[in-house]
Each structure stands twice: as C-alpha cells, then as structure tokens.
Design a protein around this ligand. Structure first.
Ligand code: HEM
Length: 420
C-alpha cells in the first residue's frame, strides 16, 4: 500500500505547538531534515507497517540516544517504586500501631506510629518527584501510545492530581494527630485508599497504552474521557506487585527507624519486630505476585523476553527478593537488627525492584512490537549540549542532596515525643 501523502500544514502546526513547550533541544534545521526524510517518524526502517494502529505523526524525534533515555527512565522508575513502597508500608504500619495503641496515650505503639508518621509528608515528596522523570521519559519515548491512552481515560488521569492532594493532606493530618496522641487509623486508611486508587489509575493507563486494538471502540463509545478500558488480565497483577511490595520495603524502613536514638527502647522494639514480620510477608508475597504478573502475559510477549539480558534481569529480581527475605527472616529469628542489616535488606529489595522494572520495560517493548511499533527504530536526533547540561545539573542535584543529608546528620535530633 503506498504511503499517504503527508499533510504538511498539520505537521507544521503541531510541530510548531509542541516545539517550544518541549524541553527538546533540536535546531529548526535538524527538525526540517527529519521532517523531510521521515515525516511520520517511523524510524530508520522507513517502511510503513501494515497494521500500524498508532497515530502516525510524532513531531518530536528523540532528543537523546534511546539507550540513554531508557537507562534514566528505568533508574528513576526504580527509585519511584521504592518511594511508593515506603509510603504504602508506612501507612499500613500507622494503621496497625494506631489500632494497637488506641486510648493508651503516649504508649510504645503511639511513639512508633509517630516515628513513621512524622516522615510521611517527606516520603510523599520523593514519591512525586521521583515519578515525574520517568513520566517525562515515557512521554518522549512512547508519546504516540501514552498520549492516546491518557486522552481516552482523561478524567481519571487528571483526577490523579486531586487524589494526590487529598492523600497529601491526610498525611499531614496523620502526623499532627499522632503527635497529639490521637488515633489516626481512619486517616491512614483513607490515605492508603487514595494512594491505591492513584496506583490503579497508573496501571490502567500503562496497560491501555499497550492496547491500540481497543482505542477506536473506546473513543466511539464516548469522547468524554470518562470511561474505564475493557478488562485487561495483566493490569491487576501489575498494580498488586507494586502495592504488596510496600510490606517489604516499608518493613525495612521500620526496622531502620528502630535504630533511632530519639525513641524509647519499647518503641524501638515494636518498630523492629513489626518491620521484620512485614518484610518477611512482603518478600514472600513479592516472589509470588511477581511470578503471577509475569505468567499472565501472553506467551507471544514472554517469547520476546527469551534473551540473556532479560533472563539476567529475572535472575536479579529473584536474587534481590531472596536476599531481602533472608535478612528479614534473620531479623525475626534473632529478634534484633543493625543499621547494616536493614540497609542490606533494603538493597536486596531495591535490586528486586530494579530487575522487575527492566522486565516490565521488556514486556512493554515486546507487546508494542507485536502490535507493529518497534521503539528501537525511532529516529534519534541527539543534542549533546543539552544532554551535557542535563548531566551536570543531575550531578549538581545529587551533590546538593548529599550536602543536605550531611547537614541533617549534624543537626540536633528532635525527640519523637507524643504530646498527649
Ligand atoms: C500515591 C502516589 C502514587 C502511587 C501509589 C503510584 C503507583 C504506581 C504504580 C502502581 C505504578 C505501576 C503501574 C504499572 O506497572 O502498570 C506506577 C507507575 C508509574 N508512576 Fe506512579 N504512583 C504514584 C504517584 C505518581 C506520581 C505523582 C507520578 C508522576 C508525577 C508517577 C509516575 C509514574 C510513572 C511515570 C509510572 C510508569 C512509568 C513507565 O511505565 O515508564 N506516579 N505508579
């Protein structure tokens, strides 16, 4: 089939609109070269794929090598999931401590709840700030798929902002109430519910972007953006994998807090024992749910992951979680922990998440490829000046964080005190 003639007016107007708002470092000259050589941005292959169900036009060629965008995206997404899991685990812990300490004023459970609750707003800052970079990378790499699915479920997608604001507000209320010796399990349950809905919406969008075959029917049904996609058997497993991991990472977060010098021995013991049990349950569950999330993928997709790279990633996933499980089990058996042990357990969990994130990315690429879109064939138009600037600012940001941490370490610690 001959390729249809490009609509130059539409291409120019969309490109004109997108160009200034994107961070995209192209010169107009290079943009013109790309537009003339490959107006549909189909990639080096140049051939138009017969089943192409994705929007053709993509006026932004990739501004950095695909491998670099992928590395940064995978790294920041691993950090995002790690922060999400600290948030989820902390909220479950606050519910548990609050229910146990109900009516007991400044009990060990209430102090344990306060130690965790006081840090919740900070954790949320990391959840959001570490979510933004992978979102930007996903948009640049997979824009044609991701923008389409986002528009189809626009109301839920925009609702994320308000759900997050509600969740954030509840986190501050939890910190305040716990500090005053009041129970906060209902607030924590509310925050947990809102966070779970946000996670659910993300999983819905990230799976809908892989299903171009349902887009047209959805749009024909309603263009209001207020609808859920037809059921996808992979979606629930994906979101469950991230949320259940909260027990594992949150568990080590609690055991790390048991080392605080600003809490009583009883509160430290409550944090350590609860955190260790959480981590054991979380590690076992993650191994099971991870297997579930992988096995619900169609065999044509998993066939695309039979390379050494993905087999090693699956190995890293399993080794990470088994390491975390061993450390957590040791903490339960010895009824003790050290900062080093909690850190090793946390690192194991981090490795597990990293392995899972790589496999998840492979699943996305294999699925899109089966449907006619090979991400690796996209046109690159790297602007090395901006990439260098990005790296310098990134390193400067890391140095600034290191400096802030050192200031924090040198500061006089605040005692976790319940004012009942
Ligand atoms: C309470 C807050 C949040 C929770 C519980 C949460 C949870 C999740 C979950 C469960 C997924 C996995 C979806 C899947 O695998 O299909 C996910 C993916 C993602 N989240 Fe979050 N999230 C939260 C906030 C945010 C925010 C505020 C941002 C960005 C501003 C963000 C950015 C992302 C991105 C970009 C992905 C997928 C990236 C990719 O596929 O490349 N998240 N999140």
């Amino acid at each position: 089939m001959p390729a249809p003639k490009p609509n130059w007016f539409a291409i120019a107007s969309v490109a004109y609109t997108v160009q200034p708002v994107s961070t995209i470092p192209m010169t107009w000259k290079s943009w013109l070269v790309v537009m003339v050589s490959d107006p549909y941005n189909l990639g080096q292959s140049g051939s138009r794929m017969p089943n192409m169900q994705f929007p053709n036009l993509d006026p932004i060629p990739i501004p950095a090598p695909i491998w670099l965008m992928k590395v940064l995206s995978l790294l920041t997404l691993t950090l995002h999931f790690f922060a999400v899991q600290i948030l989820i685990g902390s909220l479950v812990a606050v519910i548990y401590f609050s229910l146990k300490s109900k009516g007991q004023g400044a009990s060990a459970n209430q102090v344990a709840a306060l130690a965790v609750a006081r840090r919740l707003p900070i954790v949320m800052t990391f959840v959001i700030n570490l979510g933004v970079p992978p979102l930007l990378f996903a948009q640049v790499l997979y824009g044609r798929a991701l923008y389409t699915s986002s528009v189809l479920i626009a109301c839920q997608w925009i609702a994320v902002v308000f759900l997050l604001m509600g969740c954030y507000w509840l986190l501050y209320r939890i910190a305040d109430r716990t500090g005053l010796g009041k129970p906060s399990h209902w607030h924590a349950l509310g925050a947990l519910g809102l966070a779970a809905i946000v996670g659910h919406i993300y999983a819905t969008n990230m799976t809908l972007m892989l299903r171009p075959e349902v887009w047209q029917a959805m749009y024909a049904k309603t263009a209001t953006g207020f609808q859920m996609p037809p059921n996808d058997p992979t979606s629930e497993a994906r979101v469950t994998f991230i949320l259940v991991g909260g027990l594992l990472v949150g568990g080590f977060w609690l055991t790390l807090h048991s080392r605080l010098k600003t809490i009583s021995d009883e509160a430290a013991s409550v944090l350590r024992s609860t955190g260790s049990v959480f981590a054991v349950i979380g590690a076992i569950a993650e191994l099971g749910v991870g297997y579930w999330a992988y096995s619900v993928q169609p065999s044509a997709v998993t066939d695309g992951l039979h390379s050494t790279f993905y087999q090693v990633s699956i190995g890293i996933w399993a080794i990470g979680y088994v390491l975390a499980l061993l450390v957590a089990g040791l903490q339960v058996l010895k009824k003790a922990t050290t900062a080093l042990l909690s850190t090793i357990g946390g690192l194991g969990a981090f490795l597990g998440i990293a392995g899972a994130v790589i496999v998840r990315d492979g699943i996305r690429d294999a699925t899109l490829k089966l449907k006619g879109w090979d991400i690796w064939l996209r046109i690159e138009n790297s602007n090395w000046f901006v990439i260098l600037l990005f790296v310098i600012l990134f390193v400067a940001g890391l140095v600034a964080i290191g400096w802030l941490l050192s200031v924090m370490k040198a500061a006089k610690p605040i005692t976790e005190k319940v004012n009942s």
